[in-house]
Write a protein that binds this ligand. Structure first.
Ligand SMILES: [Ca+2]
Ligand SMILES: [Ca+2]
Ligand SMILES: [Ca+2]
Ligand SMILES: [Ca+2]
Length: 303
């Protein structure tokens, strides 16, 4: 075997294997995807009772790491908050806070079990609002490997009306859009959040809308915003469930590539022709036309 073959068949798998080991180790000691969430205003939003919302995976990556999660709780409903699937070194403590993020709703933290064991809170709300969960290790000096856990929140099985929630973003830039009017054909209305809730700014609320107390059945949901195409979709509302529907609004005119005051297939074809003329260069002369623009137009037509 010559030297280059040696490199290919022996050295390369060896390097790959070590890279994988390093990756796995780094994964367990890096902050989870919701960091930095060490204060209640940095909490991430959990959609309760949605089939699309999976338990959120967290860990304690550094000494005294604290994780916060927020969710909408409705009056007259009971909620189960679970910290599950803890790693072998993970001893979870849970606290539940009121809508102000500062007043604890329980007399003491919930920490009934030890390492590698789940914890849970059951709570009945008498007021609608945004509630806060604080999660931390019962021993602040333990962190890193095997301190992973998941958070799940479920509402009790009693029948209640459905909700729709989601993020509203600019289809071209992905930026979250605030104060977008969302309405249903059953006379419900709401606006996407500007992030403010009870005098506190929450990053993760920006662009989120929530429409609740919806009747079972088909609802036509629409969203409109200045300088954007009107969005409309038919949604099947079920009891008990929260439907997650993210809305991507298409900027008007920006995508009217052939300038005929209408966005449609002609613009997609125009865009593709221009890209072909310029050998698929991303920057077409006076205006930037990209393949992403063409995809956005085609996507918009599919809705
Ligand atoms: Ca964490
Ligand atoms: Ca944290
Ligand atoms: Ca515990
Ligand atoms: Ca056009």
């Amino acid at each position: 075997m010559n030297k280059s073959l040696m490199t290919r068949y022996v050295l390369f798998p060896f390097i790959l294997f070590h890279a994988m080991i390093c990756y796995v180790l780094a994964e367990t000691t890096n902050g989870d995807q919701y960091e930095d969430d060490n204060t209640y205003a940095r909490a991430h939003y959990f959609v309760v009772s949605s089939p699309q919302q999976f338990p959120q995976s967290h860990n304690f990556h550094e000494m005294a790491d604290v994780d916060w999660v927020i969710f909408h709780g409705f009056s007259g409903r009971s909620y189960d908050i679970y910290a599950i699937e803890p790693g072998s070194r993970c001893d979870i403590a849970l606290e539940l806070y009121d809508t102000d993020g500062c007043s604890m709703l329980l007399n003491e933290p919930v920490d009934k079990r030890g390492k590698g064991m789940p914890e849970e809170i059951n709570f009945y709300f008498t007021r609608d609002g945004l509630y806060h969960i604080k999660i931390y290790h019962s021993d602040q000096y333990i962190y890193g490997e095997d301190t992973n856990y998941k958070i799940d929140i479920q509402s009790s099985v009693a029948p209640f009306s459905g909700s729709i929630t989601g993020l509203i973003t600019d289809a071209k830039t992905g930026v979250r859009l605030i104060n977008v009017l969302v309405s249903s054909d059953k006379n419900k209305q709401c606006h996407s959040s500007n992030g403010m809730y009870q005098d506190t700014f929450y990053d993760d609320l920006v662009g989120r809308y929530l429409m609740y107390n919806l009747e079972k059945g088909t609802t036509v949901l629409s969203a409109s915003y200045q300088n954007y195409e009107v969005f409309a979709a038919s949604i099947e509302i079920k009891e008990v469930e929260t439907i997650e529907k993210n809305i991507q609004l298409i900027p008007e005119f920006v995508l009217d590539l052939n300038k005929d005051n209408y966005i449609g297939l002609a613009d997609a074809i125009y865009g593709l022709n221009r890209l072909a003329e310029h050998k698929n260069s991303d920057n077409v002369l006076d205006k930037q036309i990209t393949l992403a623009d063409v995809m956005t137009i085609l996507n918009g037509m599919c809705h």
